[in-house]
Design a protein around this ligand. Structure first.
Ligand SMILES: *[C@@H]1O[C@H](CO)[C@@H](O)[C@H](O)[C@H]1NC(C)=O
Ligand SMILES: *[C@@H]1O[C@H](CO)[C@@H](O)[C@H](O)[C@H]1NC(C)=O
Length: 382
């Protein structure tokens, strides 16, 4: 019995959250969900996705706990950071044109792969990461879509703002890195690093909302909408950890538009294309919100994407997030798929209205794991 417990706990302890990203043609991919990667195709087919096979040879093990995925739009390549506990700084490259994987050897050189938060600059193909209160860069300008010789993170400088206790929120637009939730700022404010001048702007920039609320001073996830003509991003979405709203920040006219938040308030990661914001919950459920960059204030509805690959066959009837990671770690037959209607049972946290309802779910995937382990241990000792 003890060995059963340990065998259940061991995989749970290294369970990594899956991640979601697009290629340059805006096919949607889910990586590392129940040990698989899947290409769901274009937005027009998501009502009934026809999953295409993704190469398995050389794929990341998805053993990391701080995984981030990025599209290099010029190169039709997807970069995955933090996916390999054994080589935590290495970057896995998925070449979407050739449907093949390679691994770029990277030296951390002061960066903490377990906690770093990164963005990928659109034009230069350079990653920037805030780690331990310092800004670092990793230049993939020459690496593009297939790994070449080893490379290393390099220190850039320390921010002009206070980083003590700061859990970074970084958003990219117009070759500027926007730091949200910086200690001491108020709602709607961001600190800016101007990439092409390697310059921390001393002034805080404001992004007020003409109607409704601007983004709150809180931790969350950010992702940038891509330009259909392969130019720099001009708008990004910020989603607070409670998923209570989506804030569209437009860096051209310094404004914010609040939109309806996801229906599923589970801890999530997000990716954006030219015309959609996609949510992947830590339990593996997938949703999207269509978005028109030329009409950003249009009302949006979130839709559940189901029926993709083998990952979609599970149908957990309980909404207890704590049990999902554990069952995911078991054999493939217990795979937890994007579920059922259970995730829709949370009241719709439309902007600014349902904050309280989401509070209980404001947990990280690590917390969910810990709860899963505790729940299992409790079962064992009862
Ligand atoms: C946005 O803010 C920046 C910095 O304050 C300013 O230079 C720029 O003119 C503003 N843009 C508009 C359209 O107001
Ligand atoms: C900023 O630009 C967007 C996109 O064109 C537009 O919808 C929004 O109304 C503008 N906001 C302000 C405050 O001008």
């Amino acid at each position: 019995m003890l060995s059963l417990l340990l065998s259940l706990l061991a995989p749970a302890a290294v369970l990594a959250a899956p991640c979601v990203e697009f290629d340059s043609n805006f096919n949607l991919y889910v990586f590392g969900l129940n040990g698989k990667d899947v290409n769901l195709g274009l937005q027009s087919s998501w009502a009934s996705p026809t999953s295409a096979a993704v190469a398995t040879s050389g794929r990341p093990p998805f053993t990391g706990t701080n995984i981030q995925c990025f599209l290099s739009q010029y190169n039709n390549a997807i970069y995955i950071l933090g996916a390999d506990n054994a080589n935590p700084a290495n970057v896995y490259i998925y070449d979407a044109t050739g449907n093949s994987w390679s691994m770029s050897q990277v030296t951390a050189a002061g960066v903490d792969p377990a906690s770093q938060v990164s963005v990928l600059d659109h034009d230069t193909n350079v990653f920037f990461s805030l780690s331990g209160g310092n800004l670092y860069q990793l230049d993939f300008g020459a690496i593009t879509n297939v790994a070449t010789g080893p490379t290393s993170w390099q220190a850039v400088e320390s921010p002009s703002f206070q980083t003590t206790g700061y859990k970074p929120v970084m958003a990219l637009a117009q070759n500027h890195i926007h730091f949200l939730d910086v200690p001491g700022n108020t709602a709607g404010e961001a600190n800016i690093f101007v990439i092409h001048f390697a310059y921390f702007q001393p002034e805080v920039q404001s992004y007020p909302a003409a109607t409704g609320n601007t983004f709150p001073e809180t931790h969350g996830q950010a992702t940038s909408f891509f330009d259909p003509n392969n130019n720099v991003q001009q708008q990004f979405a910020f989603i607070p950890d409670d998923n209570s709203a989506v804030y569209i920040v437009n860096v051209e006219n310094n404004s914010t538009i609040p939109l309806t938040g996801p229906t599923d308030t589970t801890a999530s990661t997000f990716a954006a294309s030219t015309s959609a914001l996609v949510q992947l919950t830590s339990a593996g459920s997938l949703y999207y919100m269509p978005f028109d960059q030329t009409n950003p204030s249009a009302a949006v509805t979130w839709s559940h994407i189901t029926g993709f690959g083998t990952a979609a066959t599970g149908s957990p009837t309980s909404s207890a997030g704590a049990t999902n990671p554990v069952s995911r770690s078991g054999s493939s037959s217990s795979a937890v798929g994007p579920s059922s209607t259970s995730s829709g049972s949370n009241s719709n946290p439309s902007a600014g209205s349902a904050r309280g309802g989401a509070t209980g779910l404001k947990v990280s995937s690590q917390t969910v794991l810990a709860l899963g382990a505790i729940a299992l241990a409790a079962c064992f000792f009862l």
